[in-house]
Ligand binder design. Structure first.
Ligand code: B12
Length: 219
């Protein structure tokens, strides 16, 4: 299969919620030399976005969305070990979790995978993370950056709550806070006083580099 057909197969496997096909298409994409991030972005993510659009239009329902998510996760598990380590020297420590009330974690996991291969030590707090846990774990692990992912409009205020709580506890100045995920934006980051917003996993890496003053020469 050529590159376009493989990317299409990844896309279709997610839309159809076919985990087996997703795994085999992921393996084929590796064999064809397609960079794993391209397979994730142009194949899998494109597919899951289509699923989200169809769900939004009531053309797909929750069980189908769950199967699509499972297919995507399975393919990512095949691709992730092949992401190229861009940097060996550790750049810093980042803590990442999904906001309280939100169980979406595919995007968060891609962010974590890319941060790791870009030289960051990452502490994964998982999903549905209450605001105090972000703060306690950041203090405990001496993280420099807290990354909060959120896909639900209803749970967005939880991001602002983390920042407010940090101020109350007098630790705001010790950590940079970055946000990302569907309903977030630079405007929202500004509104809640976050240090940055990233649209993609690559933006998350660029943001951390910028906030920690890391230049290309480092490493
Ligand atoms: C897959 C999915 C699910 C899966 C999640 C599985 C999982 N393990 O994650 C399941 C089926 C469980 C699910 C459940 C629900 N979902 Co849902 N889901 C989606 C879907 C289709 C895709 C999300 C996704 O994974 N995208 C792919 C990833 C790669 O993209 P991403 O998350 O945006 O991440 C990228 C960037 O945003 C960025 N990024 C992400 N995080 C961060 C963090 C930082 C710090 C930075 C810098 C960057 C960054 O980098 C990532 C990689 O590039 C979206 C549709 C959509 N268009 O988003 C709906 C969607 C998010 N879901 C929705 C809804 C309504 C629900 C449910 C409430 C449905 C229900 N009735 O139960 C539940 C919520 C349960 C809960 N409490 O959380 C709505 C949300 C509407 C809204 N605005 O609030 C959406 C938009 C669908 C729709 N069109 O209506 N869902």
């Amino acid at each position: 299969m050529d590159r376009e057909s493989i990317l299409k197969a990844l896309y279709e496997a997610v839309v159809e919620g076919d985990a087996e096909r997703a795994r085999s298409a992921a393996t084929e994409s590796l064999e064809a030399g397609i960079p794993p991030m391209v397979a994730i972005d142009a194949g899998l993510t494109a597919g899951i976005r289509e699923v989200g659009d169809r769900f939004g239009k009531c053309e797909m329902f929750l069980p189908e969305m769950m199967m699509a998510a499972e297919a995507m996760a399975e393919a990512i598990a095949v691709l992730e070990p092949h992401l190229e380590l861009a940097q060996t020297k550790k750049k810093g420590r980042v803590l990442v979790g999904t906001a309280k009330g939100d169980i979406h974690d595919l995007g968060k996991n891609i962010v974590i995978a890319l941060l790791k291969v870009s030289g960051y030590e990452v502490i994964d707090l998982g999903r549905d993370v209450p605001p105090p846990v972000f703060i306690d774990k950041a203090v405990e692990n001496k993280a420099q950056v807290i990354g909060i992912s959120g896909l639900l409009t209803t749970t967005l205020p939880m991001m602002g709550e983390v920042i407010e709580m940090m101020k109350e506890e007098g630790v705001r100045q010790h950590f940079k806070v970055i946000i990302g995920g569907g309903p977030t934006s630079q405007a929202y980051a500004d509104k809640i006083g976050a240090d940055g917003y990233g649209e993609t996993a690559q933006h998350a890496v660029d943001l951390c580099d910028r906030l920690l003053g890391i230049t290309q020469a480092a490493g």
